[in-house]
Design a binder for this molecule. Structure first.
Ligand code: ASP
Ligand code: MG
Length: 419
């Protein structure tokens, strides 16, 4: 089938986050933005999040009627937020005379596995979307949701609209996946907390994945993983203007490589310590298999010996998983894996991220020295090729982030670099 005149060219996928569609006025502003750029993006797929804090409110409602809401009903409930925004944008575009159609995951064939709340996309049948694009319509798709084999609605985990955008961009062979958000791009620290944060013109997929998984709110790490796998460049940019933001692409095509690309903070974590774990094979396997089976992601693991025959297993996870992990801990106690578990939720994680971290001696030491000078105690440390992370007291996080950022991005130099 040939595309109608003016509707040729690569597909562009644009994802707008919750802040960008928080009110009717903002949805109208997105419609304006799309209208003004229609010449440049003739084959456009738009993926939307729910309005503002809608998803949080829906979670709150569920907990008002149930102590332990079931995954299936929860996902059906949470998926409604995105249905509101896509249909509103569809109406707004149509009322300007722009052909547009809004589609749910069922209508555009986004298939996932059966794990409610944190489902993974398995396949996308793009026939419907392609047909709508060929017919000259802007296609607007609900982010964050999918359909399992039984046609039940699933959701992809909080912030999952980015994953929808990336997966659609990959499946459609899009020229780019644009992540349109409330900041201008990817910064060396959260610009709302660290005023001197530097905006990057480009970073690698690997750097983006590490940043996102260490707490930066730029995009969902799995979105960057999907785009890396399918070699789709990501453009993180503002929804409020048209200036270029940050390109995320393969490391080989990036000109400027920094040792440290970001200082990130994450206060949404909790620390679990399992006491008196017998020093014998199979203990860690049992704990982490159970966590994985419960869809609980663990961010950092430390095992240490406390005596000749017993040890401790400490792990860090997102606060939203604490209740589920506590429940598992009861079964570990009953099963002789641990004598008891200690949960601390007044902790936070600060990380430095960069693809040349491992190759550059002394960077971790500089980070530790900054924390030491401020009298900030380091509770646990973990490091990998591209990241050094320290668990510290949550109340010192902002101060620590600003100080570590100043060490690697001194205000004077940053001002000169951007002048
Ligand atoms: N609305 C969902 C959430 O708040 C998905 C998203 O925003 O990407 O988590
Ligand atoms: Mg969101």
């Amino acid at each position: 089938m040939t595309a109608p005149a003016g509707r040729e060219g690569p597909v562009v996928v644009q994802k707008y986050g919750g802040t960008s569609v928080a009110t009717a006025e903002r949805i109208l502003a997105i419609a304006d933005r799309i209208e003004r750029n229609l010449d440049r993006t003739p084959r456009l797929v738009v993926v939307l999040s729910a309005m503002g804090s809608t998803t949080d409110e829906l979670v709150g409602l569920a907990h008002q009627v149930s102590d332990r809401p079931a995954g299936r009903e929860m996902d059906l409930l949470l998926s409604t937020g995105e249905q509101v925004t896509v249909s509103l944008l569809g109406l707004a575009l149509q009322s300007r005379g722009i052909p547009a159609i809004s589609l749910t995951a069922l209508q555009c064939g986004i298939r996932t596995d059966g794990v409610f709340n944190v489902a993974r996309i398995r396949s996308i049948d793009t026939a419907r979307i392609r047909a709508e694009l060929d017919a000259g319509r802007v296609v607007i798709v609900t982010g964050f949701q999918g359909i399992n084999d039984a046609d039940d609605v699933t959701t992809l985990g909080r912030g999952g609209s980015d994953i929808t955008g990336a997966a659609l961009a990959a499946a459609l062979g899009a020229g780019a996946c644009e992540i349109c958000t409330d900041v201008d791009g990817v910064f060396s620290a959260d610009p709302s907390r660290v005023p001197g944060a530097r905006l990057w013109a480009e970073i690698s997929y690997e750097e983006a994945i590490e940043m996102a998984s260490s707490g930066a709110k730029v995009l969902h790490p799995r979105a960057a993983e999907v785009c890396m796998e399918y070699d789709v460049p990501i453009h993180v940019r503002s929804s409020f203007h048209l200036r270029v933001g940050t390109w995320i692409r393969g490391a080989a095509s990036i000109m400027e490589r920094a040792e440290v690309v970001a200082v990130t903070g994450d206060a949404k974590i909790a620390k679990f310590t399992l006491l008196d774990v017998p020093d014998e094979p199979g203990m860690a396997a049992r704990v982490f298999q159970d966590l994985a089976a419960g869809g609980i992601n663990v961010r950092l693991i430390i095992q240490s010996a406390s005596s000749a025959h017993q040890g401790r297993i400490t792990f860090i996870l997102d606060k939203e998983f604490v209740a589920g992990a506590r429940e598992l801990a009861r079964s570990w106690e009953a099963g002789g894996v641990t004598s008891g578990c200690v949960v601390e939720d007044d902790v936070a994680k600060i990380s430095i991220v960069g693809s040349r971290l491992a190759a550059t001696p002394g960077l971790a030491a500089r980070m530790f020295a900054v924390l030491a000078r401020r009298g900030i105690n380091i509770d646990c440390i973990s490091s990998s090729e591209m990241k050094v992370a320290c668990v510290i007291s949550a109340e010192r996080l902002d101060e620590a982030t600003a100080a570590v950022h100043e060490e690697f991005f001194p205000a004077k130099e940053t001002a000169a670099a951007t002048a």
